[in-house]
Design a protein around this ligand. Structure first.
Ligand SMILES: [Zn+2]
Length: 388
């Protein structure tokens, strides 16, 4: 193939993927797509007709969603492509089959993951995947692979779990290769916080935001930064770890080698250590009436806002999406964060931040896993979607 043909093919693929990404966020007409992609309406119409005939797009019934005469809105056929979503953390492993529209059927769930050898967990999960493919030959043709959300840090190009604390038996485990060996499917992994950020970007609370920080606060602290609709990775392919930004330079020694890390103070078990509260729900429930609880919650808000301001200064973001246990009683706690962060922004002559609550719809964790694979396809210059 000569260079010109190759370039033309690449451009065609790029534009089709751009169109699918836009339509996965919201239905749009041909004219709106042409405007957003920067192509002529005629070029978009050719592309749309091809995708409609391949059953990848669908036309929505205008009468039901539009008032007056408006162009026919298009959407992605939610069953055009599928991926297995694989979610893994210290407590649970879940697998589901997920359509690109975000619909999920759970196939496998295992609690107390730490109690099992990694190969046993992967054997059981892959058995569920192979069993599903045997029973659904028609869907099998549309399955792109397995998307994995698991504890980080990860060696992303090689799909290897590196050294997440409290997850020692999985250190050095080549999760992508092990799944591929057992299922024959292409597998991509990213850490839980990045997967959640990408999920909220495509299906959840951040659909209308191209740049934001997702801050996952529960037993640990994870972070994912989305910039210009893509997850941000550094020079070594790693994600920014806000949990390991120091908030006290003479503070507690952290397992990461640094001192005074945010995670060593603001991860929920660390916050509640030596307090009478069993979990975050207990704390936030009484914080409005009980001064000790209020003071402890205020301390958490101060810890998190200190690190958030650091992130805002470094990445010039305007939106923070909170996820994990910390979203219990979101309105009350987010007010505390606003009170600490916005005065700093005012000094910098910047607008107040927007605090969002991460989406926790049914099966969101499993869908976030599958979406790792959808995102890999839609953002890749080399992976070709079937039928495109
Ligand atoms: Zn640390």
């Amino acid at each position: 193939m000569n260079k010109q043909v190759r370039n033309a093919d690449y451009t065609k693929q790029y534009n089709r993927k751009m169109l699918l990404k836009l339509l996965l966020k919201a239905p749009a007409s041909r004219a709106e797509l042409a405007r957003d992609i920067g192509l002529t309406k005629a070029s978009v119409s050719i592309m749309v007709d091809e995708l409609l005939s391949n059953n990848i797009l669908q036309e929505l019934d205008c009468e039901h969603i539009c008032r007056g005469r408006k162009p026919t809105p298009l959407t992605v056929n939610p069953c055009a492509f599928y991926a297995f979503g694989f979610f893994l953390n210290r407590e649970v492993c879940k697998v589901g089959i997920v359509g690109i529209g975000g619909q999920c059927t759970e196939l496998f769930s295992l609690s107390d993951v730490i109690g099992y050898a990694p190969s046993t967990v992967i054997d059981m999960a892959c058995h569920a995947i192979n069993d599903y493919m045997d029973k659904h030959p028609r869907i099998r043709k549309k399955i792109l692979g397995v998307g994995i959300s698991c504890p980080g840090r990860l060696d992303l190009p090689n799909g290897i779990i590196l050294n997440p604390p409290g997850f020692e038996s999985w250190h050095g485990y080549a999760i992508c290769n092990e799944i591929k060996k057992r299922t024959g499917l292409l597998s991509y992994a990213c850490d839980n916080a990045d997967a959640l950020a990408l999920y909220n970007l495509r299906y959840g609370s951040c659909k209308n935001h191209s740049d934001f920080l997702l801050l996952l606060v529960d037993t640990g602290i994870g972070s994912g930064i989305v910039m210009k609709n893509k997850i941000y990775h550094g020079a070594g392919n790693a994600s920014p770890e806000l949990g390991h930004v120091s908030i006290k330079f003479m503070g507690r020694q952290c397992g990461c080698g640094n001192k005074g890390c945010l995670e060593a103070y603001a991860a929920i078990p660390m916050l509640l250590e030596n307090s009478p509260y069993k979990n975050y729900y207990d704390l936030i429930t009484v914080a409005k009436e009980d001064k000790d609880a209020y003071d402890l919650l205020s301390l958490e808000a101060t810890y998190l806002s200190t690190a958030i301001v650091t992130a805002l200064n470094m990445f010039d973001l305007k939106t923070i999406c909170l996820a994990g246990d910390i979203i219990t009683g979101f309105d009350y706690f987010s007010q505390m964060l606003h009170e600490r962060i916005n005065p700093v922004l005012a000094v910098q002559k910047k607008a107040p931040i927007q605090l969002l609550c991460a989406d926790t719809s049914a099966n969101y964790e499993t869908i976030s896993g599958a979406n790792v694979l959808f995102s890999s396809y839609l953002d890749s210059s080399s992976l070709t979607l079937p039928g495109l």
